[in-house]
Design a protein around this ligand. Structure first.
Ligand SMILES: [Zn+2]
Length: 281
């Protein structure tokens, strides 16, 4: 946890899962990425879903929600998921109940970011997981999700986001915007056409939730990008732009899928190289 003035930042876990290492590193040969992350016998590497909880005197804000509790037994096996209800338990540990969340900002609508946005009861009825929250997503991301514009068919699952609209809790925005005082979103594209990052500014600290353009500290180098990116070159250019600004400004970055280093600053070492400096959050 980090307290800056009246703003409190904390990483909350949406649960861990396993994903194919090759998928996480795209064009990078396994001989190189395996030096950074050791794969299991199924070639999978461990992934976190580090969500960002921000508390101000006015608002309790959650950025992304992990994969949630609705995945089938088969999907749980594929992704090596053993945790149940990780997000709710992690929030409870921080003293936050689902009812307390005022705002949920979704970087994009892939299942490992938006899955925790809704819950199902025993009869399979779907509800928003945070009943008093306003949910924010980019309109273009919504259109792509509803129309399944993805290279991986499992990425977009209607159950994760249609109930938000049906319950009237969804606000779709177009492009860069200030969603509440001190909290801004910026469309980066790259990973998905309208993927967005979230920037929170408090008294002395800027915190950037970079979403899937910078998923882990193993992705700081330009070409180390996910095979799932719809626009890899855009990921590279956006990443270098955000890293440059983060290093210059002493910003804190959240690496949402990093199982070891969820957050930290970056040191510019020249020639497009950045070194992560972990900060406990
Ligand atoms: Zn994604």
């Amino acid at each position: 946890m980090l307290i800056d003035g009246q703003t409190e930042y904390r990483i909350v876990s949406g649960g861990r899962f396993m994903l194919d290492g090759g998928g996480m590193f795209g064009i990078i040969p396994k001989t190189l990425w395996a030096r950074l992350r050791t794969p299991d016998e199924l070639n999978r590497i461990e992934m976190a879903t580090n969500c960002l909880l921000v508390r101000t005197p006015q608002q309790t804000i959650l950025v992304d929600t992990g994969y949630g509790t609705k995945l089938s037994a088969k999907a749980r096996e594929i992704y090596g998921i053993t945790e149940t209800d990780a997000l709710v338990r992690s929030l409870a540990h921080a003293g936050v109940r689902p009812d307390d969340i005022d705002l949920v900002i979704l970087s994009h609508l892939h299942f490992d970011h938006a899955g925790g946005a809704t819950v199902a009861d025993l009869e399979g009825h779907l509800y928003p997981a945070f009943p008093h929250a306003r949910y924010i997503a980019q309109r273009g991301e919504w259109d792509d999700a509803v129309n399944k514009r993805a290279t991986m068919t499992a990425s977009y699952m209607d159950d994760n986001y249609l109930p938000l609209r049906d319950y009237g809790l969804l606000t779709l925005i177009d492009g860069d915007d200030e969603v509440c005082p001190g909290v801004r979103v910026f469309v980066t594209g790259g990973h998905t056409r309208c993927h967005q990052v979230v920037m929170v500014e408090s008294a002395h600290q800027t915190v950037v939730y970079a979403g899937d353009i910078l998923p882990t500290t193993s992705h700081l180098r330009g070409p180390y990008n996910m095979a799932y990116d719809l626009f890899p070159y855009e990921t590279m250019t956006q990443k270098s732009r955000w890293l440059e600004r983060a290093a210059a400004g002493g910003w804190l970055l959240v690496w949402n899928h990093d199982p070891i280093t969820p957050a930290g600053r970056v040191i510019d070492e020249g020639n497009g190289q950045y070194r992560p400096e972990p900060v406990a959050l």
